[in-house]
Design a protein around this ligand. Structure first.
Ligand SMILES: *Cc1c(COP(=O)(O)O)cnc(C)c1O
Ligand code: SF4
Length: 473
């Protein structure tokens, strides 16, 4: 910062102005990261397939440009030249440099996306609840006590994480979106489902919505007829990407008033804050936002996936959890990167993920140990890797379900053969049993017409759990 900036403070009303950067700013930003022409073209090619968006705060206050392109916050939001398979990047780069027409670029990008498992864990089909015979778009009811709600206006974010598992919602693919603006439908559904104690409003980022729109969604949930609701959660990365949302934005105060009303109505408002790296807690605006939210009576719980090259060191997680507890937040989940989009690029093997978790966990106080993980949000539920053990001479992963479609399975340990390369539940094979607890008791016999038996795959074990197999269900 120069002397003049210290003497003349930036006026409040321009200091906090949100400015988004998208694909058309990539050339300019790549120059700032000192990328060469080939890498710049490659990241532009990746950005035709995967979403890219960042903003003035991330660019000016979070990224350490001297360390770019290796800087973890730079890597958090910017596409990388090798994030997609080489031939896909080359194809898109070729189309860009020959100035191919937009429809051709779009068609090629679409074709690549369809190979990236856009809706992992059978999100669309398996979890959409039914009311009066019709399937409710924009709701997910996977675990008895929690309903996920995707408000239509909340399906974007202040910036996009390069590793986002909801990436399919941000690209120009209408069929991949799931969202609703029918709060009445949610209320009607909740009236009939007294087992639901928690509504999780998610996105995208619901905090992209104005206070007025947010109020239209939250106020009806406070109705006394829904007294079985104990908590309303908001999943958000705004505390990391745009803390001004709670400090200097024109509707910051209205937003906090709304949070306070939830507390007054006898419910907990839980802000489920996604922090990928401790640096996101450093700027003064970030600290102000946390303090102001806590002043409303809301609780902030924190979560993030473990991502190769961004936060794959125990020291990073130790620092993250400690700064969070210092600021009065509650560490909640460390996730394993999901099996979608550029997973190959960002995934950390489960064995290494557990080591990172354990080494970090061992070095923090009990207040930080409210965190659980590494956890995979997979089709049958959330599976936590509790450790690696040698049992009767066999090396195994010790696993446990933190959440399950079938509540009877929650909290029961089970085992998988140790595999140093396994990155996801579907890479694992049961140990001491012929199936995992969530697999059907009798393997379903796949229905294959006699004529096609010869061409059927010889290993049918994967078909025991059809939900996991369907790539874009
Ligand atoms: C994680 C998750 C929830 C919330 O689970 P909690 O254990 O209550 O935090 C709800 N629905 C889905 C689909 C989830 O992945
Ligand atoms: S903030 Fe969440 S939804 Fe938005 S891009 Fe990041 S991971 Fe995806």
């Amino acid at each position: 910062m120069t002397d003049i900036q210290q003497v003349v403070p930036v006026p409040r009303e321009t200091a906090g102005r949100f400015r988004a950067y998208g694909p058309r700013h990539l050339d300019m930003l790549a120059r700032r990261a000192r990328l060469g022409d080939a890498d710049t073209l490659a990241i532009r090619a990746v950005a035709t397939v995967l979403p890219f968006r960042t903003n003035s705060y991330v660019v000016d206050e979070l990224i350490d440009w001297d360390a770019a392109p290796d800087d973890p916050i730079y890597r958090l939001v910017f596409p990388q030249p090798d994030m997609l398979p080489r031939q896909d990047v080359d194809l898109m780069a070729g189309l860009l440099s020959e100035g191919a027409p937009q429809p051709r670029i779009r068609a090629a990008a679409h074709e690549i996306r369809m190979r990236l498992n856009p809706h992992p864990a059978g999100q669309l089909v398996l979890n959409a609840p039914i009311l009066d015979g019709s399937s409710l778009l924009g709701l997910q009811h996977k675990y008895p006590e929690t309903v996920l709600f995707f408000p239509k206006q909340g399906q974007t974010c202040h910036a996009y994480c390069a590793y986002c598992f909801r990436w399919a919602q941000f690209v120009d693919e209408p069929d991949l979106k799931m969202a609703t603006d029918h709060i009445d439908t949610l209320v009607a559904y909740l009236r009939r489902h007294r087992e639901v104690t928690s509504v999780l409003i998610t996105g995208g980022d619901p905090m992209i919505m104005s206070a007025a729109v947010l109020r239209r969604y939250i106020e009806p949930l406070l109705d006394p007829s829904l007294d079985h609701l104990e908590s309303i959660r908001i999943g958000t990365k705004s505390l990391g990407y745009w803390p001004q949302r709670y400090v200097t934005d024109p509707d910051a105060d209205d937003t906090l008033r709304l949070f306070g009303e939830v507390t007054l109505a006898g419910r907990t408002l839980a802000v489920m804050a996604h922090y990928s790296h401790p640096r996101e807690l450093d700027p003064p605006a970030a600290a102000d936002a946390i303090r102001r939210i806590r002043d409303t009576g809301a609780v902030i719980r924190t979560q993030a996936p473990l991502i190769r090259s961004i936060n794959d060191e125990p020291a990073t997680w130790m620092s993250l959890w400690r700064s969070q507890v210092r600021a009065g937040m509650v560490p909640y989940y460390m996730f394993v990167e999901r099996d979608t989009g550029p997973q190959d690029y960002f995934a950390v093997p489960l064995a290494r993920a557990h080591e990172i978790f354990r080494d970090a966990y061992a070095g923090v106080s009990g207040l930080c140990r409210s965190v659980r993980g590494p956890s995979m949000s997979a089709t049958p539920g959330k599976v936590c890797v509790d450790g690696v053990a040698d049992i009767a001479g066999i090396r195994v992963f010790v696993l446990r379900m933190l959440q399950a479609r079938d509540p009877a399975l929650v909290g029961r340990p089970f085992f998988a053969r140790f595999d140093p390369c396994a990155k996801w539940l579907t890479d694992l094979v049961p140990a001491f049993a012929d199936r995992f607890p969530f697999d059907p008791a009798v393997p379903a016999v796949p229905c294959i017409p006699a004529a096609s038996y010869e061409s059927a795959p010889s290993d049918l074990s994967g078909l025991w759990n059809p939900g996991e197999l369907a790539p874009a269900s």
